[in-house]
Each structure stands twice: as structure tokens, then as C-alpha cells.
Design a protein around this ligand. Structure first.
Ligand SMILES: [Fe+2]
Length: 245
């Protein structure tokens, strides 16, 4: 017959007393849980790959010259819905087909190959660039929240990113999750798995690759650097799809 005992809230439960022996009103949930096991499993994660390219200074100096040359050639650029009246310059979408952007394209392909491997994609297909373009955001310009339809992965590479030139922000893709919010301990940093947004600081040489369906926006550029064009945030962006090898 089970022995009847009472356990105070501060009493730790030892291994030879089962929860059946306790009166529920006398036992804290912490005490009851002490005998249970729990394994946290993670499903449906949102993968964001953050790469730092080697020899970025050399690569960026060349890219900067090539992007400025492209801007000179095509001053109007192309219009995109998240750009209209927001102050940015957007190149055409086929920079990866131009010889002078070949090195950048190959660096992106190298990062894409790692993702393909990491996700165990079919090796008969190559995760490759479908479109690649450049954006120049001068001070005051920004990008509205948007996604990139028609591809698997999208990315941004920072060629020039002065201080305060605007962080990229990704928002919680599971919108149902935003219907209600738990109250978190105000004295602690919220656990990463409970965040509903994440921002990345732009840094020259940083290459971020994210699912194309993940909503993202870019804060206004508040940089204030000396010299013409020095406050511009300049990026290469691209979309990736799988192509039969
Ligand atoms: Fe985007």
C-alpha cells in the first residue's frame, strides 16, 4: 500500500518516492515535474544561412566599381513594387550573366552548393542563380516588407554598408502564431526560438541566404559618412532555384 506523505513546495522529490504518494494540493508543479522527462524537438524551423566571404575587401572594391559603372550605364534602373518612390536604384536582373560579375556569381553558387548539401537536395539538380541584381540605397531610402515569389532561396550580399545604413529584418512566417503572444520574463532576453522577428546588421562581406517565402524589409538608411556616395548601402541580391545538371 502506498505511503501517504505530504511534500512541501521547497522539498525536492527523491528517486524512491513516486508522484502517486503525494497529495496534489501539497505539491508544486515543479515538484511533480521533477520525475518526468522532456525532450524538446524542433520541427518546421526557418533556416537563415549567414556567410562571411573571405577576401571580401578585394571582391568589394571591384564590385563597387562595376556596380557604379552599371548605374552610369542605366541610370533609371528598373522599378519594383517595394521600391517605387522609396529612393533606391535597382539594376537589371541578369547581372550573373555578365562577365564582370562572374566572381560574385560563383561565390554565391559555392554558398548555394553548401545549402543543397545541407538540405540533402537531389544531387541531379543544382541550386543555382535565376536572377541577380544590385541595389543602391542612398540615405533615406528603404525597402517595404516583401517576399520573392517563384524561387526557393533568396539572398543579399553587402558590398558597402556604412554604420546606420539600415538592418534587414525578417518576420515570423507562421502568422497564426501572432494571434496571441505569451508574456515573457521582462528581466530576461527572450529565448531565440520564441522570437517573432530578427534583424541582421549589414556588414561588407556578409552574405545572408534565406527562404524566398520569408517576409523581410530593410530599415531606412540613416548613414552619414563623408564623401560622395559613401553613405550609400550597396548590395547584390539574387534568387536561387533548382536546375537539372
Ligand atoms: Fe528582398
Amino acid at each position: 500500500m502506498a505511503k501517504k506523505i505530504s511534500v512541501s513546495k521547497t522539498t525536492k522529490i527523491s528517486g524512491n518516492i513516486s508522484t502517486k504518494d503525494m497529495r496534489a494540493e501539497d505539491v508544486s508543479t515543479e515538484d511533480i515535474g521533477a520525475l518526468d522527462t522532456c525532450r524538446l524537438e524542433t520541427y518546421f524551423p526557418t533556416l537563415i544561412y549567414v556567410n562571411k566571404l573571405h577576401n571580401a575587401d578585394q571582391l568589394n572594391a571591384q564590385l563597387l566599381a562595376d556596380i557604379r559603372a552599371e548605374q552610369q550605364k542605366d541610370q533609371k534602373g528598373i522599378q519594383r513594387s517595394n521600391f517605387t518612390n522609396l529612393g533606391g536604384w535597382h539594376s537589371h536582373n541578369n547581372l550573373h550573366k555578365e562577365k564582370r560579375f562572374a566572381e560574385m556569381a560563383n561565390r554565391i553558387r559555392a554558398a548555394a552548393a553548401k545549402i543543397s548539401d545541407d538540405c540533402d537536395y537531389d544531387p541531379k539538380y543544382q541550386l543555382d542563380i535565376g536572377t541577380m541584381w544590385s541595389i543602391i540605397n542612398s540615405p533615406g531610402s528603404f525597402n517595404r516588407s516583401h517576399i520573392h515569389p517563384g524561387c526557393l532561396w533568396s539572398g543579399v550580399y553587402y558590398v558597402q554598408a556604412p554604420e546606420n545604413s539600415g538592418q534587414i529584418e525578417f518576420t515570423e512566417p507562421r502568422t497564426q502564431h501572432l494571434m496571441d503572444q505569451a508574456k515573457f520574463n521582462p528581466n530576461k532576453k527572450r529565448p531565440k526560438q520564441c522570437w517573432t522577428k530578427v534583424r541582421f546588421k549589414p556588414e561588407p562581406g556578409k552574405l545572408i541566404i534565406f527562404p524566398s517565402w520569408l517576409y523581410h524589409s530593410v530599415e531606412p538608411n540613416f548613414a552619414n559618412e563623408e564623401g560622395e556616395g559613401a553613405s550609400d548601402r550597396i548590395i547584390i541580391s539574387f534568387n536561387l532555384s533548382q536546375y537539372k545538371k
